[in-house]
Design a protein around this ligand. Sequence first.
Ligand SMILES: Cc1cc2nc3c(=O)[nH]c(=O)nc-3n(C[C@H](O)[C@H](O)[C@H](O)COP(=O)(O)OP(=O)(O)OC[C@H]3O[C@@H](n4cnc5c(N)ncnc54)[C@H](O)[C@@H]3O)c2cc1C
Length: 437
Amino acid sequence: MASATSSSLLLSSVFGCRFGGDLRKGRGGRSGCRTLVRPVCRSAEDVVVVGGGIAGLSTAVALQRLGVRSLVLEQADGIRTGGTSLTLFKNGWRVLDAIGVGSELRRQFLEIQGMVVKSEDGRELRSFTFKDEDESQEVRAVERRVLLETLASKLPADAIRFSSKLAKIEKDEQGETLLDLEDGAQLTAKIVIGCDGVRSAVARWMGHTEPTYVGHCAFRGLAYYPDGQPLQPRVNYIYGKGLRAGYVPVSPTKVYWFICFNSPSPGSRITDPSLLKKHAQELVKGWPSELLTLIDQTPDETISKTPLVDRILWPAISPPASTDKVVLAGDAWHPMTPNLGQGACCALEDAVVLAKKLAQALKSSPASDSSVEDAFKSYSKERWPRVFPLSLRSNLVGSFLQWDNPIVCSVRNNVILPKVVQLGPLLEHTNFPCEPL
Ligand SMILES: Cc1cc2nc3c(=O)[nH]c(=O)nc-3n(C[C@H](O)[C@H](O)[C@H](O)COP(=O)(O)OP(=O)(O)OC[C@H]3O[C@@H](n4cnc5c(N)ncnc54)[C@H](O)[C@@H]3O)c2cc1C
């Protein structure tokens, strides 16, 4: 890339959108101006991020802090307002601090002190305090909506283009990347960062396989207590046979819960949330009343069911994270099961590592295509040893927790969990040093 181009990337306003109007909706909401008819047109961009989820928005914010503007294409017509909550460990918080949103988020979400594990009859098997294991540990469950809105609020008004679903990606003769959107619009991008989640079109184009269903599904919900929720600030897990549940207070009025159950297939997609609630209640009938009350207290529209999938990045088999000047981050690259609570944390880590390397390459003199490609290779080299074992471990932990054989479950609940498991080594993966950008 010529140095003139690179300087235009830095602190510049390169996004002369040639679409027929402002397609961006009101931040975090469903209001705002929007053109009704969008002409098929072409626009040239320097850095395009595909997907405005956690990876996409945090990458755009990190790049912006380093003086690089990007355009985020998001298929939805606004910031995702649904969804429940995510538990972020200290590695996630280090990144949120580094990109300048940690304190704002911290104020809204409770710090979780520890963890308690129970059997389905309510018997306590084990309890831990996070700070006893690691003084620097920080655990909070954050509402996904608030996290996304906070990240989006740090970007300029024209940096996210909603209702912009990537349909097709290809290379042109000049080595630039053509992005065809579902509505017929086309963009040319010099650099593409694929943050389009588990079903990533960018990853597919790069030769990655579809993620694999791991044999269990999760119900999730966000219970609401307008007069204040009654729980202690700790993560609660209940382990049954082929079935487990968990819940954790998010804020003074909200509690996140999940139920994970074995199922030979992902099953049909159910959109009626009252049916989802009913199914969730049936699964844990007779389990501790605290959990059942939480489900009762949950507004139907916050309940969802997700088949759990992953894609393990086997050495020498999996395609790399980048092809030329197209690179993947977050679930688009390494979809992992949520058993370690690390998918979003790793997406955040990707964002800062990638942004630093890309900004450095664009600032190098002279900036060139090869410096960007080298930056992406270096990102992949640094991140692969981190995300490969985590995805694998997450998968194995899921199998261990979803055992359904009564004898094996009894050994797990009466021997392994109470006497063998040490939390400290289990959470070592949450160490991630990260300087402010
Ligand atoms: C049940 C469950 C519980 C979880 N709990 C935790 C937890 O406690 N802690 C944790 O750290 N992680 C957790 N995770 C993982 C976490 O949700 C993901 O790792 C995280 O959302 C990844 O962020 P992302 O931005 O890569 O992908 P996503 O959040 O999926 O965002 C992708 C974005 O790209 C957009 N998009 C997709 N395709 C296109 C396209 N073609 N064109 C344009 N836009 C597109 C989507 O609309 C979306 O906005 C959990 C996951 C599940 C399933």
